[in-house]
Design a protein around this ligand. Structure first.
Ligand code: SAH
Ligand code: SF4
Length: 354
């Protein structure tokens, strides 16, 4: 385990304290901060305006790496790239870059594993290991910001749809969001960051009370408790009616549209009855439904819905005036579904107890 301090974990005030404790003047903190958040330096050696001796001191005591890259995959069309980082304590984190026209969207992780146990999800199947720190969340973005900067590109959107449940790691995730949207730090527009949640009601209400401007996506996947209980264990704790009440509260407090995520599983939650039930539930609400044909995983027998069933599902929703889009799973050939790359690394390493 590295005992170096990860500078990504520090706020500006904390970085200032760290730098002055090393006997440096305060303005050096601003210089280091700008190298991190404005120029995406990953190496102290690149910090040209910092004296060499101080750079060496920084390298000795601190780090800017979130971990070691242990696997990297590109899709056949080269538009999607997935990186698996191994953290200093051996945990794994996945991050995916998706290029689509002018968009450079990052799908980032907020936890190593996930405690929610959704049956169709590779991350849910592996269980929970630990929360990621602020620095480990922010570091995923800065790594790709650095890479994109080499070709004069930058991160345009972030979705928190990698490993983990962002609202289960509320403090750190939202501190990372604040850092990423802070004009003095990474300066990405709040509306460019989507937080996806399985529907943790108290955390959603807190999010609404904080009147946050980052859009929220809610993983619904079923419109009756009977069906949702089968797919998402946490539904027993916060059933659909409570999740939807919290969604209405979020819309009311933030004025922002909610997105509902729905992985279409053949013959399971893609029936006309489910579509009708969903239509009735969300009719008239400021919302949009994202339909994603299931990405098959090792631990779940379900299959993605056929085109015909997807079309029919959408038609029924439209008859209730509910807008929806079908999201093509980009990078499916590189196992870009969350949790799948780690699975592969663990299997290759021949160890199951990471
Ligand atoms: N924990 C959060 C965010 C991470 S998962 C959440 O559940 O919302 C991001 C999205 O991918 C969620 O909508 C999740 O339900 C979906 N997902 C997970 N596994 C999937 C799979 N095998 N196929 C399709 N979508 C999946
Ligand atoms: Fe966790 Fe989201 Fe996967 Fe459910 S779908 S197990 S909440 S990561």
């Amino acid at each position: 385990m590295s005992d170096k301090i990860n500078l990504y974990d520090l706020s500006f005030a904390e970085l200032t304290a760290f730098v002055t404790d090393l006997g440096q003047p305060k303005f050096r903190a601003q210089q280091v901060w700008d190298w991190i958040y404005k120029r995406y330096a990953l190496d102290f050696a690149d910090m040209g305006n910092i004296p060499k001796a101080f750079r060496a001191q920084l390298a000795e005591q601190a780090t800017l790496q979130i971990g070691t890259i242990v696997d990297e995959l590109r899709s056949s069309d080269n538009q999607t790239k997935k990186v698996l980082f191994q953290l200093p304590d051996g945990q794994y984190v996945e991050t995916v870059l998706m290029k689509y026209e002018k968009r450079r969207t990052l799908c980032i992780s907020t936890q190593a594993g996930c405690a929610m146990g959704c049956v169709f999800c590779a991350t849910g199947q592996m269980g929970f290991f630990r929360h990621l720190s602020v620095g480990e969340i922010v570091g995923q973005v800065l790594y790709f910001a650095h890479e994109l900067a080499q070709t004069d590109e930058h991160v345009t959107n972030i979705v928190m749809m990698g490993m983990g449940e962002p609202l289960h790691n509320y403090e750190r995730t939202l501190t990372a969001v604040d850092r990423l949207t802070d004009p003095d730090a990474f300066n990405l527009g709040a509306r460019k960051i989507t937080i996806s949640t399985v529907g943790l009601v108290p955390a959603m209400r807190r999010y609404a009370d904080e009147e946050r401007q980052t859009p929220l996506a809610v993983s619904l996947h079923a419109a009756t408790d009977e069906e949702r209980d089968k797919l998402i264990p946490v539904n027993r704790r916060w059933p659909i009616a409570e999740v939807l009440d919290a969604c209405r509260y979020v819309v009311e407090k933030t004025g922002r549209r909610i997105t509902f995520e729905w992985a279409l599983i053949n013959g399971e939650n893609d029936t006309i009855e489910q579509a009708q039930a969903l239509g009735k539930l969300v009719q008239g609400m400021l919302c949009h439904v994202n339909l994603i044909p299931l990405n098959p995983t090792a631990g779940y027998g379900g299959a993605p819905s056929s085109h015909e069933r997807v079309d029919k599902f959408q038609e029924v929703l439209a008859s209730y005036g509910v807008s929806s889009t079908v999201r093509v799973r980009r990078g499916i050939d590189i196992q870009a579904g969350c949790g799948q790359l780690r699975d592969r690394a663990v299997k290759n390493a021949g160890s199951a107890k990471l």
